[in-house]
Design a protein. Structure first.
Length: 309
Protein backbone atom coordinates (compact mmCIF):
# COMPACT_ATOMS: atom_id res chain seq x y z
CA UNK A 1 0.00 0.00 0.00
CA UNK A 2 1.37 3.38 -0.97
CA UNK A 3 2.76 5.35 1.97
CA UNK A 4 2.25 2.53 4.49
CA UNK A 5 5.25 1.16 6.36
CA UNK A 6 5.29 -1.88 8.62
CA UNK A 7 7.60 -2.74 11.48
CA UNK A 8 7.75 -5.68 13.86
CA UNK A 9 9.34 -5.83 17.30
CA UNK A 10 10.03 -9.42 18.37
CA UNK A 11 10.36 -9.61 22.15
CA UNK A 12 10.87 -12.47 24.53
CA UNK A 13 7.17 -12.68 25.41
CA UNK A 14 5.30 -10.66 22.79
CA UNK A 15 5.65 -9.70 19.14
CA UNK A 16 4.26 -6.32 18.13
CA UNK A 17 3.57 -5.24 14.55
CA UNK A 18 2.72 -1.65 13.63
CA UNK A 19 1.71 0.19 10.49
CA UNK A 20 2.74 3.83 10.12
CA UNK A 21 1.58 6.21 7.43
CA UNK A 22 3.67 8.52 5.27
CA UNK A 23 3.70 11.13 8.05
CA UNK A 24 5.19 8.63 10.48
CA UNK A 25 2.04 8.31 12.60
CA UNK A 26 1.01 4.90 13.93
CA UNK A 27 -2.30 3.89 12.39
CA UNK A 28 -2.69 0.33 13.71
CA UNK A 29 -1.02 -2.19 16.00
CA UNK A 30 -1.21 -5.95 16.54
CA UNK A 31 0.30 -7.98 19.39
CA UNK A 32 0.72 -11.75 19.56
CA UNK A 33 2.62 -14.08 21.86
CA UNK A 34 6.20 -14.68 20.69
CA UNK A 35 7.24 -18.18 19.76
CA UNK A 36 10.38 -19.90 21.03
CA UNK A 37 12.77 -21.53 18.59
CA UNK A 38 13.26 -20.86 14.89
CA UNK A 39 10.02 -22.28 13.51
CA UNK A 40 7.88 -20.83 16.28
CA UNK A 41 9.43 -17.33 16.02
CA UNK A 42 8.87 -17.31 12.26
CA UNK A 43 5.27 -18.47 12.75
CA UNK A 44 4.40 -15.87 15.40
CA UNK A 45 5.99 -13.08 13.37
CA UNK A 46 4.05 -14.11 10.26
CA UNK A 47 0.88 -14.28 12.37
CA UNK A 48 1.38 -10.69 13.55
CA UNK A 49 2.05 -9.32 10.05
CA UNK A 50 -0.88 -11.19 8.47
CA UNK A 51 -3.22 -9.95 11.21
CA UNK A 52 -1.99 -6.38 10.79
CA UNK A 53 -2.40 -6.55 7.01
CA UNK A 54 -5.98 -7.73 7.44
CA UNK A 55 -6.74 -4.85 9.81
CA UNK A 56 -5.59 -2.28 7.26
CA UNK A 57 -7.25 -4.03 4.32
CA UNK A 58 -4.13 -5.37 2.64
CA UNK A 59 -2.02 -8.45 2.03
CA UNK A 60 1.56 -8.72 3.36
CA UNK A 61 2.89 -8.67 -0.19
CA UNK A 62 1.28 -5.24 -0.66
CA UNK A 63 3.85 -3.68 1.66
CA UNK A 64 7.01 -2.49 -0.06
CA UNK A 65 9.19 -3.93 2.68
CA UNK A 66 8.91 -4.94 6.33
CA UNK A 67 11.41 -4.10 9.05
CA UNK A 68 11.94 -6.39 12.01
CA UNK A 69 13.69 -5.64 15.28
CA UNK A 70 14.97 -8.69 17.14
CA UNK A 71 17.28 -9.22 20.12
CA UNK A 72 20.65 -10.87 19.70
CA UNK A 73 23.50 -10.40 17.27
CA UNK A 74 21.93 -9.31 13.99
CA UNK A 75 23.62 -9.05 10.61
CA UNK A 76 21.44 -6.54 8.73
CA UNK A 77 23.09 -7.42 5.42
CA UNK A 78 22.33 -11.15 5.53
CA UNK A 79 19.31 -11.12 7.83
CA UNK A 80 20.84 -13.71 10.15
CA UNK A 81 20.32 -13.73 13.91
CA UNK A 82 22.64 -15.29 16.47
CA UNK A 83 22.69 -15.50 20.27
CA UNK A 84 19.04 -14.51 20.75
CA UNK A 85 18.86 -16.69 23.86
CA UNK A 86 15.40 -15.59 25.04
CA UNK A 87 13.96 -16.58 21.66
CA UNK A 88 15.95 -19.78 21.17
CA UNK A 89 17.61 -18.45 18.01
CA UNK A 90 21.21 -18.98 16.99
CA UNK A 91 22.37 -18.76 13.39
CA UNK A 92 18.89 -18.47 11.87
CA UNK A 93 18.46 -16.70 8.52
CA UNK A 94 15.33 -15.05 9.88
CA UNK A 95 15.12 -12.41 7.15
CA UNK A 96 15.03 -15.02 4.39
CA UNK A 97 12.58 -17.23 6.28
CA UNK A 98 10.14 -14.37 6.79
CA UNK A 99 10.51 -13.07 3.24
CA UNK A 100 9.68 -16.53 1.86
CA UNK A 101 6.55 -16.77 4.02
CA UNK A 102 5.31 -13.21 3.52
CA UNK A 103 6.26 -12.63 -0.11
CA UNK A 104 7.94 -9.30 0.60
CA UNK A 105 11.45 -8.08 1.36
CA UNK A 106 12.31 -8.16 5.08
CA UNK A 107 15.12 -6.18 6.70
CA UNK A 108 16.37 -7.02 10.17
CA UNK A 109 17.91 -4.88 12.89
CA UNK A 110 18.90 -5.38 16.51
CA UNK A 111 15.94 -4.46 18.71
CA UNK A 112 17.77 -1.76 20.70
CA UNK A 113 18.99 -0.12 17.49
CA UNK A 114 15.44 -0.24 16.14
CA UNK A 115 14.17 1.36 19.35
CA UNK A 116 16.79 4.09 19.02
CA UNK A 117 15.52 4.94 15.54
CA UNK A 118 11.93 4.85 16.73
CA UNK A 119 12.59 7.14 19.69
CA UNK A 120 14.55 9.56 17.50
CA UNK A 121 11.64 9.74 15.07
CA UNK A 122 8.87 9.98 17.67
CA UNK A 123 10.69 12.73 19.54
CA UNK A 124 10.83 14.76 16.33
CA UNK A 125 14.56 15.39 16.39
CA UNK A 126 16.18 17.32 13.57
CA UNK A 127 18.41 15.28 11.21
CA UNK A 128 21.59 16.85 12.62
CA UNK A 129 20.72 15.83 16.20
CA UNK A 130 22.59 13.03 17.96
CA UNK A 131 21.01 10.78 20.54
CA UNK A 132 21.75 7.67 22.56
CA UNK A 133 18.89 5.35 23.47
CA UNK A 134 19.80 3.61 26.75
CA UNK A 135 17.75 0.45 27.08
CA UNK A 136 17.10 -0.64 30.66
CA UNK A 137 15.58 -4.10 30.46
CA UNK A 138 16.72 -7.58 31.38
CA UNK A 139 20.11 -6.43 30.10
CA UNK A 140 21.75 -3.08 29.39
CA UNK A 141 22.67 -1.71 25.98
CA UNK A 142 22.44 1.46 23.94
CA UNK A 143 21.52 2.37 20.37
CA UNK A 144 23.21 5.37 18.79
CA UNK A 145 21.72 7.79 16.27
CA UNK A 146 24.43 10.25 15.29
CA UNK A 147 23.54 13.16 13.06
CA UNK A 148 20.27 11.46 12.16
CA UNK A 149 21.94 8.14 11.22
CA UNK A 150 22.08 4.83 13.02
CA UNK A 151 25.65 4.03 14.06
CA UNK A 152 26.43 0.33 14.54
CA UNK A 153 30.22 0.60 14.56
CA UNK A 154 32.68 -1.34 12.45
CA UNK A 155 31.54 -4.75 13.78
CA UNK A 156 28.03 -4.01 14.95
CA UNK A 157 28.93 -3.67 18.64
CA UNK A 158 28.57 0.11 19.08
CA UNK A 159 26.49 0.78 22.18
CA UNK A 160 27.21 -2.53 23.95
CA UNK A 161 28.15 -0.62 27.08
CA UNK A 162 26.60 -3.27 29.32
CA UNK A 163 29.77 -5.28 28.82
CA UNK A 164 32.17 -2.62 30.03
CA UNK A 165 33.73 -4.08 33.22
CA UNK A 166 33.36 -1.74 36.21
CA UNK A 167 34.25 -4.12 39.08
CA UNK A 168 37.10 -6.65 38.68
CA UNK A 169 35.74 -8.55 41.69
CA UNK A 170 32.13 -8.43 40.55
CA UNK A 171 29.80 -11.18 39.39
CA UNK A 172 30.65 -13.24 36.31
CA UNK A 173 28.77 -11.96 33.27
CA UNK A 174 27.36 -14.17 30.51
CA UNK A 175 29.88 -12.54 28.15
CA UNK A 176 32.71 -14.19 30.10
CA UNK A 177 33.99 -11.04 31.75
CA UNK A 178 33.63 -10.23 35.42
CA UNK A 179 31.89 -7.21 36.92
CA UNK A 180 30.28 -5.82 33.77
CA UNK A 181 28.03 -2.77 34.01
CA UNK A 182 25.06 -4.95 33.07
CA UNK A 183 25.60 -6.94 36.27
CA UNK A 184 24.69 -3.90 38.38
CA UNK A 185 22.47 -1.77 36.10
CA UNK A 186 19.76 -3.98 34.61
CA UNK A 187 16.62 -5.92 35.43
CA UNK A 188 18.59 -9.14 35.78
CA UNK A 189 20.95 -7.39 38.21
CA UNK A 190 18.03 -6.34 40.39
CA UNK A 191 16.51 -9.83 40.26
CA UNK A 192 19.81 -11.31 41.41
CA UNK A 193 20.30 -8.85 44.28
CA UNK A 194 16.65 -8.52 45.32
CA UNK A 195 14.96 -11.97 45.20
CA UNK A 196 11.19 -11.60 45.24
CA UNK A 197 8.04 -13.36 44.09
CA UNK A 198 6.57 -10.03 42.97
CA UNK A 199 5.69 -10.07 39.23
CA UNK A 200 7.55 -6.74 38.84
CA UNK A 201 10.79 -7.03 40.83
CA UNK A 202 11.99 -3.51 40.03
CA UNK A 203 8.76 -1.93 41.23
CA UNK A 204 8.89 -4.11 44.35
CA UNK A 205 12.47 -2.95 45.02
CA UNK A 206 11.63 0.73 44.70
CA UNK A 207 8.53 0.39 46.89
CA UNK A 208 10.52 -1.46 49.56
CA UNK A 209 13.21 1.23 49.44
CA UNK A 210 10.52 3.89 49.86
CA UNK A 211 9.32 2.04 53.00
CA UNK A 212 12.85 2.22 54.41
CA UNK A 213 14.04 -1.36 53.87
CA UNK A 214 17.84 -1.16 54.30
CA UNK A 215 18.73 -3.82 51.72
CA UNK A 216 16.29 -2.35 49.19
CA UNK A 217 17.81 1.09 49.66
CA UNK A 218 21.30 -0.31 49.08
CA UNK A 219 20.34 -2.30 45.95
CA UNK A 220 18.31 0.60 44.57
CA UNK A 221 21.16 3.05 45.05
CA UNK A 222 23.65 0.68 43.42
CA UNK A 223 21.33 0.39 40.43
CA UNK A 224 20.77 4.15 40.12
CA UNK A 225 24.49 4.93 40.51
CA UNK A 226 25.42 2.54 37.75
CA UNK A 227 22.70 3.69 35.36
CA UNK A 228 24.10 7.18 35.92
CA UNK A 229 27.53 5.73 35.08
CA UNK A 230 26.10 4.40 31.81
CA UNK A 231 24.81 7.89 30.96
CA UNK A 232 28.21 9.36 31.76
CA UNK A 233 29.97 6.76 29.57
CA UNK A 234 27.72 7.58 26.61
CA UNK A 235 28.31 11.32 26.91
CA UNK A 236 32.06 11.00 27.46
CA UNK A 237 32.61 8.55 24.60
CA UNK A 238 30.13 9.77 21.96
CA UNK A 239 29.15 13.24 23.22
CA UNK A 240 25.55 12.86 22.10
CA UNK A 241 23.15 15.77 22.46
CA UNK A 242 21.00 13.71 24.79
CA UNK A 243 20.51 10.26 26.32
CA UNK A 244 16.97 8.90 26.13
CA UNK A 245 16.19 6.13 28.61
CA UNK A 246 13.85 3.37 27.51
CA UNK A 247 13.09 -0.29 28.14
CA UNK A 248 10.83 -2.10 30.57
CA UNK A 249 12.31 -0.58 33.72
CA UNK A 250 11.27 2.90 32.60
CA UNK A 251 7.71 2.03 33.58
CA UNK A 252 8.88 3.58 36.88
CA UNK A 253 8.64 6.88 35.01
CA UNK A 254 9.77 10.31 36.17
CA UNK A 255 10.95 9.19 39.65
CA UNK A 256 13.56 6.98 37.97
CA UNK A 257 14.89 9.80 35.80
CA UNK A 258 14.85 12.21 38.75
CA UNK A 259 16.92 9.76 40.80
CA UNK A 260 19.47 9.41 37.98
CA UNK A 261 19.60 13.18 37.59
CA UNK A 262 20.24 13.49 41.31
CA UNK A 263 23.31 11.27 41.10
CA UNK A 264 24.62 13.14 38.06
CA UNK A 265 24.07 16.44 39.88
CA UNK A 266 26.01 15.18 42.90
CA UNK A 267 28.92 14.15 40.70
CA UNK A 268 28.82 17.48 38.89
CA UNK A 269 29.03 19.33 42.22
CA UNK A 270 32.33 17.55 42.85
CA UNK A 271 33.83 18.02 39.38
CA UNK A 272 33.98 21.21 37.35
CA UNK A 273 34.62 19.08 34.28
CA UNK A 274 31.42 17.06 34.73
CA UNK A 275 29.54 20.23 35.63
CA UNK A 276 30.55 21.70 32.27
CA UNK A 277 28.88 18.76 30.50
CA UNK A 278 25.45 19.55 32.01
CA UNK A 279 24.68 15.85 32.37
CA UNK A 280 21.42 16.15 34.35
CA UNK A 281 19.81 18.22 31.58
CA UNK A 282 20.87 15.79 28.86
CA UNK A 283 18.73 12.81 29.91
CA UNK A 284 15.04 12.09 29.48
CA UNK A 285 12.48 9.31 29.04
CA UNK A 286 11.74 7.64 25.73
CA UNK A 287 8.28 8.39 24.31
CA UNK A 288 5.44 6.04 25.13
CA UNK A 289 4.20 3.55 22.59
CA UNK A 290 5.66 0.91 20.26
CA UNK A 291 9.06 2.60 19.91
CA UNK A 292 11.00 -0.42 18.65
CA UNK A 293 8.32 -1.45 16.15
CA UNK A 294 8.19 2.10 14.75
CA UNK A 295 11.97 2.05 14.41
CA UNK A 296 11.77 -1.31 12.66
CA UNK A 297 9.33 0.20 10.15
CA UNK A 298 11.92 2.89 9.41
CA UNK A 299 14.57 0.20 8.95
CA UNK A 300 12.27 -1.58 6.53
CA UNK A 301 11.88 1.39 4.23
CA UNK A 302 15.59 2.16 3.87
CA UNK A 303 18.20 0.38 1.83
CA UNK A 304 20.97 1.00 4.37
CA UNK A 305 21.77 2.64 7.66
CA UNK A 306 23.59 5.53 5.97
CA UNK A 307 20.36 7.13 4.84
CA UNK A 308 18.94 9.85 7.11
CA UNK A 309 16.26 9.06 9.66
Amino acid sequence: MSGLRVGVDIGGTKTEAVAIDDTGSVIDTVRVASGFGGDAVVASTVEAVVALAARVGAEPRDFGAIGVGVPGAVDPASGRVAHAVNLGLDGLALGDELAARLGVRVRLENDVNAAALGAFHLLGHAPDHSMAYLNLGTGLAAGLVLGGRLWRGSRGTAGEIGHIPVDPDGALCVCGQRGCLEMVASGSAIARQWPTTHPRPVQDLFEAAARGDALAIEVRQCFIDNVASAVRVLVLTVDVDDVVIGGGITSLGVPLVDAIRGVLADWSAQSQFLASLELPSRIGLAPAGPVAAVGAALVGERASEVEPV
